[in-house]
Design a protein around this ligand. Structure first.
Ligand SMILES: Nc1ncnc2c1ncn2[C@@H]1O[C@H](COP(=O)(O)OP(=O)(O)OP(=O)(O)O)[C@@H](O)[C@H]1O
Ligand SMILES: [Mg+2]
Length: 642
């Protein structure tokens, strides 16, 4: 916003958008005033502004100059009337007209410069902040994301960054510009006629007091309005995504859904009406006070002019100044609110930036030694971290974080996987299989014990080496909203066309991909929705095969497949996995009969260990699980597997 508009509006226009400028501050949530800002926040904010200090100085210069220029006009008017018109000096009139024109052109250029400069500072700051917060959030462990509401995070990246940005442009230009302008105007008015100025200012408290009241009420309404809107949005979000819409169709009563939505939308409507009314009250206060002040000035000034105490031009100039005074004054009166809002935004960002990632890369870090990899778990115990350790209360929309531990889910687990062999993890649901695989990939750090790759403890391995060494297909694989090709080469950006096709072939998904109208360029929708569960899983497998890591972890990677394609994928996997160290989690025991080693996990412990034959011979949990599944398969006539 250019200052000539920023400060010129207010009440100069009389109608239209006039007093709304001052409302910006009022719209903020007044509760921010009750918050205490940590020491050092301001200094930290300044450190963000440091790279911009030269351009910031230029900006401030322009703002001040702009304020000065827009304060000059009434003085020219005064000279025009007193010296030019009343003095019948045509030359002076022409000169003054030219001066006004020149100033207008100068001001136009100035406001353009100002906008350009403020935009590049503001956008630059937004960029710096966003980039920094994004990088930081990415460095957070998975535990953080499983606790944090995505919406709250996105809002940090959007709203608070935007809020913080305003400090440097809107707020700075408004505060500095308005202070300069108000001081110039008041000083000039006092010099012109201190008596009339005093009379006009008597009315000021009359305006400021109700303005504050209304502002408070309005802030309250705003907050309520935000909440009501948010509630309404939540309903829409929940009902209008695919799964929600399906649920309503299958079980819901659309009529009652519509009714409950309408009652919420109705509240939004009511608060909207109340807000509009209050805003208008505020605006009326502003215009009324200014008009009354003008009336005072007319009355006292007119009489003074008749008595020859002041000149006509001076009186005209004074009333012109009065018209320009109230807008900036309003903005200044709500400034505290703006400043606090901005500080709070910054603080909320700093809060995220200060959150230390729980999983940090070791310095100095080590590489996993070349060649086939041996995996060892040595007396490993683990409990999931508490919310307090990984997240922020404000990101979870709860007042205090849960501090209770989940309890130990892995107890003293030891086993080793020889290089190039296949180890299967089986066991009941909730036993801790996925947790073990997450520990290996260092999504979490073990609470006790050591997990090592070729003798190097996982926490000592560099992130890059760890990612290169271990490939995981998770229980519920994710595909980005992008083309199949992009999803595939995410694991290896330099993969050749042949390699891609080979991987698709091996994962038994090539035929399907090629049958799609756009083949590899097909965009897989949000959460890969256009693919069936089994297809998605095979794409994820192809992605893993493309990456060809030395250690492969498959978490129920074939769970969604029907018996036939599972057998096919199994065959392909046997080929591809040979020579790699593999950890395969499976519910269907038929798929892991050939494993070199089978670990039976129950309630976080390894309860049995051996090959299929030895475990079957030994009896116990494994043979029980196997018998149950086998008889189930018998009855369903599904025994096509080897
Ligand atoms: N993020 C988490 N925070 C706290 N507890 C968790 C978390 N994830 C899993 N758990 C708990 O840890 C235990 C082991 O879970 P895990 O996912 O490892 O089981 P699983 O053996 O993979 O089961 P399934 O066969 O059903 O996939 C469970 O009791 C589960 O409730
Ligand atoms: Mg699991």
């Amino acid at each position: 916003m250019s200052m000539s508009h920023g400060v010129g509006r207010g009440m100069g226009g009389g109608g239209g958008g006039g007093g709304w400028a001052g409302l910006r501050g009022m719209r903020r949530d007044r509760t921010v005033l009750k918050q205490t800002i940590k020491k050092g926040t301001t200094r930290r904010i300044l450190s963000f502004a440091r790279p911009y200090r030269k351009i910031l100085a230029l900006f401030m210069g322009a703002v001040v100059l702009d304020a000065v220029v827009s304060a000059i006009n009434p003085l020219i008017l005064r000279a025009l009337i007193d010296k030019g018109i009343l003095g019948k000096n045509q030359g002076l009139v022409v000169d003054l007209a030219l001066l006004v024109a020149a100033l207008a052109i100068f001001d136009a250029g100035l406001s353009l410069l100002e906008r350009r400069v403020s935009a590049s500072i503001g956008e630059g700051l937004i960029f710096d902040m966003r980039a920094k917060v994004f990088r930081h959030i990415q460095s957070m462990p998975v535990a953080f994301f499983s606790r944090t509401q995505t919406g709250a995070l996105i809002s940090r990246l959007n709203n608070d960054v935007l809020g913080a940005q305003q400090a440097f442009t809107d707020l700075l230009s408004n505060v500095v510009g308005n202070i300069v302008l108000v001081s110039i105007i008041l000083a000039t008015m006092f010099v012109l006629s201190w008596q009339i100025t005093l009379v006009a200012l008597i009315l000021l408290p009359l305006f400021l007091i109700p303005a504050r009241r209304v502002g408070q009420r309005l802030g309250h309404m705003m907050r309520e309005g935000y909440n009501l809107n948010a509630d309404m949005n939540i309903v829409m979000n929940e009902r209008f995504n695919v799964s929600g819409a399906m649920l309503v169709k299958l079980y819901g009563r659309p009529e009652s859904e519509a009714e409950s939505f309408e009652s919420q939308a109705g509240l939004v409507r009511d608060i909207g009406v109340a807000q509009a009314t209050y805003s208008r009250v505020f605006f009326i206060c502003l215009t009324l006070t200014a008009s009354l002040a003008t009336a005072f000035a007319y009355g006292f000034g007119g009489i003074a002019a008749i008595n020859g105490e002041i000149q006509v031009g001076t009186l005209v100039a004074l009333t012109a100044y009065l018209a320009r005074l109230y807008g900036p004054l309003t903005q200044l009166s709500t400034m505290q609110l703006d400043v606090m809002t901005t500080l709070v935004s910054f603080e909320r960002l700093f809060e995220v930036l200060d959150l230390e990632p729980m999983i940090k890369e070791a310095t100095p870090s080590r590489e996993v030694p070349a060649g086939p990899v041996a995996v060892t778990f040595d007396h490993v115990s683990f409990s999931y971290p508490t919310a307090e350790e990984v997240s922020l209360a404000s990101l979870e929309s709860v007042a205090t974080l849960d501090q209770s531990r989940s309890g130990e889910v892995i107890h003293d687990v030891s086993f080793s996987v020889a290089p190039g062999t296949l180890t299967a993890l089986v066991g009941p649901s909730g036993a801790g299989k996925t947790t073990l695989s997450a520990l290996l990939a260092r999504l979490y750090d073990a609470t006790e014990g050591v997990i090592a790759l070729n003798g190097v403890p996982v926490p000592d391995v560099s992130f890059e080496s760890l990612r290169d060494t271990i490939g995981v297909v998770t229980q519920d694989p994710h595909l980005f909203h992008a083309t199949l090709r992009e999803n595939l080469i995410y694991a290896r950006p330099d993969a050749t066309e042949d390699e891609i096709h080979q991987a698709l072939d091996d994962a038994q998904i090539r035929k399907l991909v090629l049958s799609l109208p756009q083949g590899l360029e097909t965009v897989v929708g949000e959460r890969g929705y256009r693919l069936s569960g089994g297809e998605k899983q095979r794409v994820a497998l192809a992605r893993l095969l493309l990456k060809a890591p030395r250690v492969v972890v498959l978490d129920e990677a074939t769970a969604h497949l029907d018996a036939e394609s599972e057998a096919a994928v199994q065959l392909a996997l046997n080929e591809t996995l040979s020579g790699r160290t593999s950890l395969v989690i499976a519910h269907r025991l038929s798929t892991i009969r050939h494993a070199d080693q089978i670990l039976v996990i129950d309630a976080g412990r390894v309860v049995q260990q051996g090959t299929h034959q030895s475990l079957m011979a030994a009896g116990g949990l494994y043979s029980e699980l196997y018998e149950t599944q086998f008889s189930a398969q018998e009855t369903s006539g599904d025994d096509s597997l080897k």
